[in-house]
Design a protein around this ligand. Structure first.
Ligand SMILES: O=c1ccn([C@@H]2O[C@H](COP(=O)(O)OP(=O)(O)O[C@H]3O[C@H](CO)[C@@H](O)[C@H](O)[C@H]3O)[C@@H](O)[C@H]2O)c(=O)[nH]1
Ligand SMILES: [Mn+2]
Length: 746
């Protein structure tokens, strides 16, 4: 235990991982082998004018790229840091003297983000183990949907029962649906009466909300029950309406008590003003409106931001985060505390790699060793003034966690005495109006940044560039659980948005490659670059997964023979890199099959999402293409589709243009493998390919193997999740013509 000389005990500690020396030796050997591969490529290149020189240079370029990218990934692995908090010390030292915490939940579409899911998230954060008078929950609804509002009204009533129930029985998790589902499995005999009551109340609420959702509008009697619905009288569409703001639970209201007579956390519904001719800047715009409106209502010093599907899975997480901010020695330099993004709907072998295991178990710990992780938009605690743009000054060292701030956005300190919620609502609405941001620094120097599909990453980076640190906290018990995409198309679209956004950051004025130079540590710069270069991986991977196979078909070797000493560095890299990656995956809690699936999705992202992201970004920066919208990830799917997801059967159902490129690459390899085997059998025999072109043969065979589910989707399946025939035809034509052209015409 770390005890300072004056007897001061820190609120958190950081440990660096053991066994890193071994890793570094391995990395050095991989680097050496990479250099040998480059040497081979350079020394064996066909000379000017000779056949195949261009292809050879292409391979050299790809291998240089792979080596460079591998080097970047070292920043994620070189120096891992793991953190631990001491919540008991926090309680001992501060008791109830804790800062206000404002929780922001964002939702944008009641059809793909069902209101019941949203209110489960809201209820889970309302039930945090935290003084309720210091906790406020804001729901931002970018759809401005009265269905979501209705669900929230219902939830505000249910909270009166749910919160005392959670506290009395120390319930976890505190999202009612997740809790009630878990309880039906392991029956708890200790609290049968209360449990039945709560269950019935929840079911009733759910039925009412779902009936209204089915109806698609509010029944008259519901409309009359709450004054808030009248705000929809002037509403014309999702993209054209006034600000709708309702303080559903007002902490100052003497009647706002739970069934045990305790204060309830403040609960606010906000649908910011939308007008067709105003850019609304998606989630970043919603967050900035929330920052301003909340500053007039509760003005918590700490802001927690979650997506509407990310419910709290650990009621103590707020206290964990505060251990970092309130640590007297190191807390003053920490801007945000990021928890990992975990999911409660992933399957055992994670067909789509959506749990991003290695990213959360390894890479982010690596970033933490160099100054802190990226802000990833959900499960992140911020200090309000820093999110608003405050800069870090050295003179702040040792400053306690306090209320003053230099240039933070701060409206009301304390509510005027006797001010009713209605008055406050009216006063605060202006902060969510479209015109409010005109001629201000919002979206630039204040709040979340606009104009980037990954508003979170660019905002976090700019905070770190202003001198702040961030912290990655990944406790045993997951703090938040969300919904991972459940179809291949969804995964690819999500990764297209991410890789496109990250690539835009690289080319923007905030680029980690140059702007961040000298502002954040070199390790962190490289770490950011690793994600920002995601999209540009597509070129090398596409080249490597098509060209060697086509040459295999023609019988032209591009790699050393089995008997050549140059074969060794290739073999060494393949074996050591994949053994390490498997070990890392297993260590992160995955399965062997999961790792295999991960390799497939690695390939698919690179040959579709990243490719499109790359093309889109380049054409956009040349002014050939206008901005793309934020495609919201669906959080529900049809029963049939969901059943296949649970059985880990790949979903190709909803036709996506990205499937064409995946299927074409897969078919090219199939044709090349079959064709080259046929040639070999007819000529010198299989053994010959294996001796002269071992690497090309292996590469092609593995590509075919990994694409097995895709061939099934193309040829052998009959369900609605098979590859749409339009895509099948297109890709067959493309692949066959590529192979024919290549074998006969060049
Ligand atoms: O106009 C919009 C669009 C989206 N959202 C909300 O933003 C969140 C994230 O959207 P989702 O479709 O779930 O995207 P993901 O790819 O899962 O989101 C990840 O990546 C985003 C950046 O691309 C971040 O904003 C998210 O926080 C992060 O979880 C959801 O709660 C949405 O309701 C809005 O509030 N307004
Ligand atoms: Mn999401």
């Amino acid at each position: 235990m770390e005890v300072e000389n004056n007897g001061y005990l820190p609120l958190f500690e950081a440990k660096t991982a053991k066994g890193r020396t071994l890793y570094r030796v391995l990395a050095a050997s991989v680097f050496l082998a990479t250099c040998l591969i480059w040497a081979y490529r350079v020394s064996h290149a066909p000379s000017q004018g000779e056949d195949g020189r261009l292809v050879w240079l292409g391979l050299l370029a790809a291998e240089l790229w792979f080596g460079f990218y591998w080097f970047l990934t070292q920043a994620h692995r070189w120096n891992l840091v793991f953190r631990q908090t001491f919540k008991d010390r926090l309680s001992l030292r501060y008791g109830n003297e804790l800062p206000g915490v404002d929780v922001f939940v964002c939702t944008a579409d009641p059809a793909i983000e069902p209101p019941m899911m949203v209110v489960n998230t809201v209820l889970s954060v309302m039930a945090y183990d935290y003084p309720p008078e210091k906790l406020s929950v804001y729901l931002s609804d970018d759809a401005g949907s009265c269905l979501t509002f209705y669900a929230l009204v219902e939830a505000s009533q249910f909270a009166k029962y749910w919160i005392p129930f959670c506290k009395k029985f120390n319930v976890e998790p505190r999202a009612p649906a997740a809790y009630l589902d878990s309880i039906s499995v392991s029956k708890d005999p200790k609290k049968p009466k209360e449990l039945t009551i709560i269950k019935d109340l929840y079911e009733d609420m759910k039925n009412r909300v779902e009936n209204v959702a089915k109806l698609g509008r509010l029944p008259e009697e519901v409309h009359l029950r709450h004054k808030g619905f009248s705000q929809w009288d002037s509403y014309s569409s999702t993209r054209d309406h006034d600000t709708i703001l309702q303080i559903l639970i007002d902490e100052k209201d003497p009647d706002a008590k739970d069934t045990e007579g305790c204060v309830l956390p403040t609960l606010v519904y906000l649908a910011r003003e939308k007008r067709p001719h105003y850019l609304h800047n998606f989630k970043a715009g919603a967050m900035n409106a929330l920052i301003r409106v909340s500053s007039a209502i509760s003005n918590g010093l700490v802001i927690l931001n979650v997506d509407c599907d990310m419910y709290s899975n650990n009621s103590l997480a707020v206290r964990d985060a505060l251990c970092f901010f309130m640590d007297e020695k190191k807390g003053h330099e920490i801007a945000y505390v990021q928890f990992p993004q975990n999911f409660d709907n992933t399957t055992m072998n994670d067909l789509y790699g959506s749990s991003m295991r290695v990213l959360s178990q390894v890479e982010f710990h690596g970033l933490d060793g160099y100054g802190g992780p990226l802000y990833i938009g959900t499960g992140c605690f911020h200090r309000r003034d820093i999110l608003c743009g405050r800069k870090f000054f050295l003179k702040e060292c040792g400053r306690k966690f306090s209320r003053e701030s230099d240039n933070g956005f701060r409206v009301a300190k304390d509510r005027e005495r006797g001010e009713t919620a209605d008055v406050l609502e009216e006063k605060s609405k202006v902060f969510a109006s479209c015109a409010y941001e005109n001629n201000t620094e919002w979206g630039k120097e204040m709040g979340l940044k606009y104009g980037c599909p990954v508003e979170d990453v660019i905002t976090g980076l700019s905070i770190q560039c202003r001198g702040w640190k961030s912290v990655y906290f990944n406790p045993e018990r997951k703090a938040f659980l969300g919904v991972a995409p459940t179809t291949l198309a969804q995964v690819l679209v999500q990764h297209k948005r991410w890789s496109e956004g990250d690539f835009q950051i690289l080319l923007s004025k905030y680029s980690p490659a140059w702007f961040a130079n000298g502002k954040i540590s070199l390790g962190l710069q490289l770490g950011y670059c690793c994600y920002c270069f995601w999209a540009s991986n597509c070129l090398a991977v596409l080249y490597y997964s098509v060209v060697p196979s086509l040459y295999l078909l023609r019988g032209i070797p591009l790699f050393p023979e089995l008997s050549s000493p140059w074969f060794l560095p290739f073999a060494y890299i393949v074996i050591s890199k994949y053994t390490y990656s498997l070990a890392e995956f297993l260590w992160s809690g995955g399965t062997v099959l999961g790792w295999w699936n991960e390799q497939r999705i690695w390939l698919y992202k690179r040959t579709s999402s990243y490719l499109l992201a790359f093309i889109d970004t380049i054409t956009k920066s040349l002014g050939l293409n206008s901005d793309t919208a934020f495609v919201i990830t669906a959080k529900v799917s049809k029963q049939e589709v969901y059943n296949r997801y649970v059985k880990e059967i790949m979903e190709f159902g909803d036709s996506s243009p990205m499937f064409t490129s995946l299927a074409t690459v897969a078919l090219v390899n199939l044709v090349c493998l079959v064709g080259s085997m046929k040639n070999a059998i007819m000529n010198e025999g299989i053994r010959r390919i294996y001796e002269t072109m071992p690497i090309q043969f292996l590469l092609c065979a593995i590509l075919v193997l990994i694409n097995w589910p895709l061939y099934q989707g193309l040829f052998f399946r009959n369900d609605s999740g098979k590859m749409p025939s339009s895509i099948a035809i297109k890709s067959i034509v493309l692949a066959v013509s590529a192979c024919t052209y290549f074998t006969f015409l060049t």
